[in-house]
Ligand binder design. Structure first.
Ligand SMILES: Cc1cc2nc3c(=O)[nH]c(=O)nc-3n(C[C@H](O)[C@H](O)[C@H](O)COP(=O)(O)OP(=O)(O)OC[C@H]3O[C@@H](n4cnc5c(N)ncnc54)[C@H](O)[C@@H]3O)c2cc1C
Ligand code: FES
Ligand code: FES
Length: 472
């Protein structure tokens, strides 16, 4: 566990503390990787967390005069999904972000965190290498630019130095002659690690391929290019035979391992299949098939995901966390090493928020944090300082349960009830975003919530019923 939690107010605060604490310190953004790594003991020696989520100006997505797109270090996966610039000019990245975890994970997890963690199965690395991304790494001494393709030295190993922070992710916007896609193959449709993923970027006139980039994830220690497939495609008509041969060449580039999710042989075959699917979709112009026009985000569109602060703080034990929960002010001491989930249950006495897995997988701990549904087991408690939180206890007013709660009761959507608070929070936020959601949107909204009693049909019926009755 960490012993010091620093809330940076400026980038300089973060850089000074990285220089001061060296290998003891890590930047923390969404914390969806870091909390687990620390709890599982994979980050030995790290006991200082430097939270940059209160620093203004780091969550921007921009397009510069040279037609390069820039992502700040706090751009989340859901920010990418919601961005019109990216949907138009960097579709493979948007598609990858949409495939990450669940809405709760996409509301907190950043693209920068995904790149720095550096698992070869992480979804945004594959499209960003295909798009030619370049990273700006900054320290108190200065800054340097590193192509993403040269950032990795092995599984979860990068050239990032202890004193450096990733400041900017830049890549050329896709030209009108380019089209691209990203395909993830995993063992289920949400909350699943890629068994194989592929990003394809083509300069394609509609008939002949003028240039091709194919990157493959989860089939080698780092993301790799399928060079022989790329070379084969150039100058060729994109027909079924070309696609078949290119996909076979991509398969031969893969150097996967066997693990619990699949054998090396299976991964190789899947590499061929997903490359084939991607190239076909590009040929037929249907790459956006299956990607929703109006994606469910489970966050308040009118509230920034991060509340900025101009006050630098170090939480070491004596410092009090001041926060607002369900409209009431609270002050907590001695919680700086806890997760938000533990602080809510143990210190605020709000035990409606449940612990199911403590790994971001089940959604039983879902709460609203600054207007976004998040997994509270994945949030360090000091992040609540100055924030606005709503837990399940805040949904019933003056003894009256909410329309969504009422619909769950009427429909018999509650069995043991352990998962129910998390479902109510996701469902209520969905109806805020889409008062008349489609069945598909309901399913999207609930992908981060698991019910061990498996009463999913009744839960979906309850949300439909609440929507019909105009429930909040
Ligand atoms: C249930 C669950 C499901 C998931 N599903 C997926 C999935 O489908 N696909 C996928 O790719 N990932 C998945 N993840 C992993 C994770 O959510 C992502 O990798 C996420 O993008 C990490 O971002 P973060 O902001 O939470 O990173 P953090 O946990 O805050 O940080 C991760 C690492 O990056 C470093 N870091 C963060 N920002 C900076 C910076 N600006 N400069 C320097 N270092 C920095 C941190 O020190 C840390 O080492 C999942 C995680 C969970 C818990
Ligand atoms: S997701 Fe937090 S307890 Fe399961
Ligand atoms: S009702 Fe029992 S876990 Fe969902």
């Amino acid at each position: 566990m960490w012993s010091i939690y620093i809330q940076a107010a400026r980038v300089e605060d973060a850089l000074e503390n990285l220089a001061l604490f060296g290998a003891r310190a890590r930047i923390v953004a969404g914390a969806t990787d870091l909390i687990l790594e620390i709890e599982r003991g994979n980050r030995k020696g790290v006991d200082v967390l430097i939270d940059i989520t209160r620093v203004a100006g780091l969550a921007e997505i921009g397009l510069d005069d040279g037609n390069w797109i820039h992502l700040g270090p706090l751009v989340t996966h859901n920010d990418c999904v919601a961005s019109n610039i990216l949907r138009e000019k960097a579709y493979p990245l948007v598609r990858a972000c949409w495939e990450v975890g669940s809405p709760q994970i996409r509301n907190r997890g950043t693209v920068a965190g995904n790149l720095v963690t550096g698992s070869p199965a992480n979804d945004t690395i594959t499209p960003l290498i295909a798009l030619g991304a370049v990273l700006t790494l900054k320290s108190a001494q200065g800054e340097r630019r590193v192509p993403l393709a040269e950032f990795y030295t092995g599984v979860r190993r990068t050239v990032l130095k202890d004193e450096e922070m990733l400041m900017d992710i830049a890549f050329p916007a896709m030209a009108n002659t380019q089209s691209g896609t990203f395909i993830k193959f995993a063992l289920r449709r949400a909350q699943a690690i890629s068994l194989v993923n592929v990003a394809i970027l083509l300069d394609y006139s509609g008939e002949i391929v003028h240039n091709a980039t194919i990157t493959l994830g989860a089939v080698a220690p780092t993301i790799i290019r399928a060079v022989s497939a790329e070379n084969y495609l150039v100058g060729r008509k994109l027909d079924e035979e070309t696609i078949r041969i290119a996909a076979t060449l991509a398969m031969k580039s893969a150097r996967p391992i066997s693990d619990v999710r699949g054998t090396a042989k299976y991964r190789q075959v899947i590499t061929r299949v997903v490359t084939q699917r991607g190239l076909r979709a590009l040929k037929d112009g249907v790459v956006t098939e299956g990607f929703p026009d109006e994606p469910v985000l489970l966050r308040n569109a009118f509230q920034p995901a991060y509340t900025y602060t101009d006050s630098y703080r170090e939480f070491t034990g004596k410092d009090v966390i001041n926060t607002r929960i369900n409209g009431r002010s609270y002050s907590f001491g001695n919680c700086h090493q806890k997760t938000l989930l533990r602080m809510l249950r143990e210190d605020a006495g709000l035990i409606g928020t449940k612990e199911g897995c403590a790994e971001g997988e089940c959604g039983a701990c879902s709460v609203l944090l600054d207007g976004a549904v998040v997994m509270s087991c994945m949030v360090p408690a000091p992040r609540a300082h100055g924030a606005v939180i709503q837990t399940i206890e805040g949904y019933s007013k003056e003894g009256e349960i909410s329309p969504v709660q009422e619909a769950f009761a009427k429909e018999g959507a509650v069995q043991c009830g352990y998962c129910t608070p998390g479902f109510i929070i996701s469902a209520t936020q969905l109806l805020e975003e889409f008062p008349k959601p489609t069945k598909n949107q309901i399913e999207q909204a609930l992908t981060g919530n698991l019910c061990r009693c498996t009463g999913y049909y009744r839960i979906i019926n309850a949300v439909e019923g609440a929507a019909q009755r105009g429930g909040e």
